[in-house]
Design a protein around this ligand. Structure first.
Ligand code: HEC
Ligand code: HEC
Length: 497
């Protein structure tokens, strides 16, 4: 070892690959550690002659790959199974196969980055210039020169002794190599380019930061327009170039049939017969155990997330949405209790229409659920209703109850409680305690005092008068509720101050 910091080491040239090979064996046996050979082409067996051990890089990569695998698994498990559980068609929140792609990606990411950066670090990169390049002779290392360089950092190194040793093992020439006098920094041209590239790289980040948490009325930046915007004629528009009379909307061509004319869809497809809802399932269906089981299974997949497994309306989506709504983060309408008297009293065709077309805030499921399965679901809902009503009061029991007691039951069984509270708290609709005699402003600006006829109208034609600041989202109970039931509800609500 030398104390001269600028001194890099000794560079020796050899005649041919064979003498380099022999020399390498000698240097190895002499106990040098920090040295290297430079040849224009790979010399077979040279690494053995140099006593080079196999690189440890694969083990480092394996370790980091396994770390990535475990972290990926942990991340997926935490996000999907613990922190943000979401019920998707009743599937388990955490299962290995569904998460393989992400875990695989994270494993590859960790391995690739480790391979790349560990290789750099172990090679002492990045480095702009190597002192060996300062020797003109060394340029031949890519052509016909065979070199061996021993570094001064080696603990065995001593200038005279090592120089003599190299000559003794057949070196044609031995040269001293020094580091550059001035520090070898990053080339200036590269510095400029890097500087420009980093400034450019900041632009997207800056744009994201500037728009973070903001809303805009501008359309999004639309670089590739495809066919989004193209000249077109509007349905009721004017097109002097196209038709003689300039009108876009054409009348029907004589002798043709429009798609929605003439082909009356069977009641199996519409749930209606001659404009009226089917009261029962269509007769062509064979309602047996297999059909009901199919209905149960489809119900669990498509409906239970919102309406709950028992149909009472407390599915996992509902629970989470209600929690978010409580924090002011979402709007949510409680899914209807499907076992309630309201739905039990509906014709099968009407429930079919609800699934097919959606109703108010519930979306249509026609695209996901084939027609026959929709009927199977209805058959299963009927079974749920029967089960739920099994414990309910009989007609005699009801007659024996007071109107207030019956009204209290109706408030839940007719699903009023899904949208109204009796505690003064606002849900979908206004709170119903202290209702009668209340002065209220309607959407049109009209002022009314709540009385029994307004109450009745609210139930039978809810959108006739809509309370200001509330959505016109109330269910119409026309045909779903009897006059006696309305009286019972009034009696009950009058007790709620
Ligand atoms: C995304 C949640 C969600 C899913 C899934 C869902 N529903 Fe609903 N459903 C609702 C909500 C919310 C309402 C109450 C709508 C309202 O009053 O605005 C509702 C209302 C209903 C009603 C009462 C309609 C009426 O006449 O008042 C029926 C019947 C119904 N759903 C059946 C089903 C069936 C059957 C399925 C499965 C095919 C299903 N729902 C799936 C959210 C859902
Ligand atoms: C799907 C949700 C929903 C259900 C179910 C529902 N309502 Fe409503 N209701 C509303 C909304 C929203 C309003 C406010 C808009 C309006 O006036 O139509 C409202 C308004 C009312 C009003 C007028 C309140 C006022 O302050 O003027 C009354 C009375 C009423 N509902 C009674 C009932 C009764 C009784 C039931 C059960 C038989 C019921 N509602 C079921 C959503 C609902």
């Amino acid at each position: 070892m030398t104390t001269d910091k600028d001194f890099y080491g000794l560079l020796a040239e050899f005649e041919d690959p064979t003498s380099l090979y022999r020399a390498a064996e000698r240097v190895r046996d002499a106990g040098y550690k920090k040295w290297d050979c430079h040849t224009p082409f790979p010399v077979h067996g040279l690494d053995d002659a140099m006593g080079m051990r196999f690189t440890r890089l694969p083990w480092v990569i394996l370790t980091m790959g396994v770390t990535g695998l475990l972290l990926g698994m942990l991340m997926q498990w935490w996000m999907n199974g613990v922190d943000y559980t979401y019920d998707i068609s009743g599937k388990p929140v955490w299962s290995l196969p569904a998460n393989i792609p992400v875990i695989f990606e994270v494993t590859v990411l960790f391995s690739a980055f480790t391979a790349f950066f560990a290789m750099w670090i172990s090679n002492g990169l990045p480095r702009w210039y190597h002192p060996l390049f300062r020797k003109e002779r060394f340029a031949r290392a890519t052509d016909d020169g065979f070199f061996l360089a021993i570094e001064a950092r080696d603990s065995n190194f001593a200038l005279d002794r090592t120089g003599d040793f190299l000559k003794s093992i057949g070196a044609l020439s031995v040269e001293e190599v020094r580091e550059a006098d001035e520090p070898v920094a990053m080339p200036r041209s590269l510095k400029g380019k890097l500087w420009i590239a980093s400034c450019l790289a900041l632009i997207p980040a800056g744009m994201v930061y500037a728009s973070y948490g903001k809303t805009t009325t501008q359309p999004r930046v639309h670089l590739i327009k495809d066919m989004d915007k193209q000249p077109r004629f509007h349905a009721q528009g004017y097109a002097p170039t196209l038709f003689e009379d300039g009108r876009m909307t054409r009348s029907q061509i004589p002798g043709t049939v429009a798609q929605d004319q003439g082909f009356a869809l069977a009641s199996f497809e519409t749930g209606k017969s001659k404009g009226d809802y089917l009261q029962q399932l269509p007769s062509e269906l064979n309602v047996d155990e297999a059909f009901l089981n199919r209905g149960e299974e489809r119900f669990a997949i498509y409906c239970a997330v919102c309406h709950g497994k028992d149909g009472k309306g407390a599915g996992p989506v509902h629970k989470r949405a209600k929690m978010l709504a409580g924090q002011g983060l979402a709007n949510w309408v409680t899914p209807t209790d499907l076992t309630s008297g309201l739905i039990a009293g509906q014709a099968d065709g009407m429930v079919f229409e609800t699934i097919t077309q959606g109703r108010r805030t519930m979306p249509s499921y026609a695209a996901q659920i084939p027609t026959k399965d929709r009927w199977a679901i209805i058959a299963y809902i009927r079974a749920l209703q029967e089960e739920a009503s099994a414990g309910g009061p009989s007609a005699q029991d009801l007659a024996a109850m007071s109107p207030v007691e019956r009204g209290k039951m109706l408030f839940t069984s007719k699903t009023c409680n899904a949208c109204h509270t009796l505690t003064g708290m606002r849900l979908v609709g206004p709170p119903l305690n202290g209702l009668f005699g209340r002065e209220e402003e309607m959407e049109g600006g009209e002022k009314i005092t709540v009385d029994e006829s307004y109450f009745k109208e609210s139930l039978l034609d809810p959108n006739a008068k809509v309370v200001k600041t509330f959505p016109p989202a109330m269910t119409s109970f026309a045909g779903q509720i009897t006059d006696e039931e309305i009286q019972d509800l009034i009696a009950f609500l009058k007790t709620q101050k």
